[in-house]
Design a protein around this ligand. Structure first.
Ligand code: NCD
Length: 360
């Protein structure tokens, strides 16, 4: 059984399937679950802005009969007085039973999970991962595509470099096979290769410059916002906005049963008349489904106490991560942990930071 939800590899495919099925049951019979978390407290630590993820976690816990404490933004907390991530996590662990964290540094949720005996859920770590958004996405696809998770043509469009929801989504789809992925982005915002190693094994990948090049083939199009907050300069960001806009004209060539997904918030990447004017727009429903699957996740994690990793047993090295936004470079005294991953080239392996997965 998994201890935390930091990344997709934390769960096996059968654990994912159990979770998704539980989410579907909660969706059908919410009142059955109304007392599951009585006397339990969820702590929501949002160091970065959030609407859907934060509110859906809070309402998930309240609908399970539990309670919620937390913050949205750090200005009213001791973080603004210089408190480290470690100390905040240690303190919050005294007052709650399970922790949800969103943080601007890649790897922060993993670091947090090392500091506490409570289950930790990654609600977004910098430009790295966002696994509970992906749970929402998989739940939506299962629900709207009659539980079909293979043989799909899936377009992913926009900011594939910084979009953490995209990274988690393609990691999750590595568990399934025989899907075709169309990655639609500018060369500057293309998908980092290391996220595709696993996906390539059992799925096909096609790189596209334009939505028009593949829209007629797609079963799903996953639009994303250009992640303004991750760019080094506003100039670089401005060069990327407004390039991909899904509008009526492009959709006139798409399948009738296409589903249009978006993790939201959206800026201008979907024309506003699509929202209510096209039954294929499913992103508001998608956000609604997020609460049910988060209820399932909280139930499953709280079923068993966590087995905490003993930091003393972890071998550390002198290497530092090359990603300056990685948590190992901002949080003092974290063990430097590295892992090897198989690369796209036959029989070769790459060394990656275990927190943010950047190649060394
Ligand atoms: C996403 C995020 O925070 O990564 N939002 C969300 O949680 N649904 C997507 C985004 O901000 O673009």
């Amino acid at each position: 059984m998994f201890n935390d939800l930091i990344d997709f590899n934390d769960l096996t495919l059968s654990e994912w399937e159990t979770l998704l099925e539980l989410g579907l049951d909660i969706y059908e019979n919410p009142s059955k679950y109304k007392d599951y978390c009585k006397n339990k407290i969820l702590a929501t630590l949002f160091y970065e802005p959030s609407t859907r993820t934060n509110f859906s976690f809070q309402s998930a816990m309240l609908k399970l009969g539990g309670n919620v404490i937390g913050f949205s933004g750090t200005s009213a907390t001791s973080v603004s007085k210089g408190e480290t991530l470690k100390d905040t996590i240690k303190i919050v662990s005294n007052y709650s039973d399970i922790i949800v964290i969103r943080h601007p540094n890649e790897g922060a949720a993993y670091a947090a999970s090392l500091y506490t005996k409570l289950h930790v859920i990654n609600a977004g770590d910098g430009g790295h991962l966002h696994p509970t958004q992906t749970m929402t996405d998989l739940f939506t696809i299962k629900k709207l595509k009659n539980k079909k998770m293979t043989g799909l043509d899936i377009g992913i469009c926009g900011d594939l470099l910084y979009g953490r929801t995209v990274h988690s989504l393609i990691k999750a789809f590595s568990m399934y096979s025989d899907n075709t992925f169309y990655f639609i982005s500018t060369p500057e915002l293309k998908i980092p290769e290391y996220f595709t190693y696993e996906l390539r094994k059992n799925n096909k990948i096609i790189i596209c410059d334009r939505i028009e090049d593949c829209i007629d083939k797609l079963d799903i199009i996953y639009m994303t916002r250009i992640q303004r907050e991750r760019f080094k300069t506003n100039e670089e960001y401005q060069k990327q906005v407004g390039i991909y806009i899904l509008d009526k004209e492009k959709l006139s060539k798409a399948k009738e049963d296409l589903i249009i997904l978006h993790p939201l918030p959206k800026n201008n990447e979907i024309a506003v008349d699509i929202d209510d004017g096209d039954q294929r727009a499913q992103y508001f429903n998608q956000a609604g489904f997020g609460m049910y699957i988060r209820m399932a996740l909280i139930i499953k994690l709280l079923e068993k106490p966590k087995t905490q990793i003993n930091l003393k047993n972890i071998k550390t090295t002198e290497k530092k991560c090359v990603n300056e936004n990685c948590v190992v470079n901002t949080e003092k005294n974290l063990p430097d942990i590295f892992k090897t991953v198989k690369s796209n080239k036959a029989n070769s392996e790459k060394i990656c930071c275990a927190y943010c997965e950047t190649e060394m």
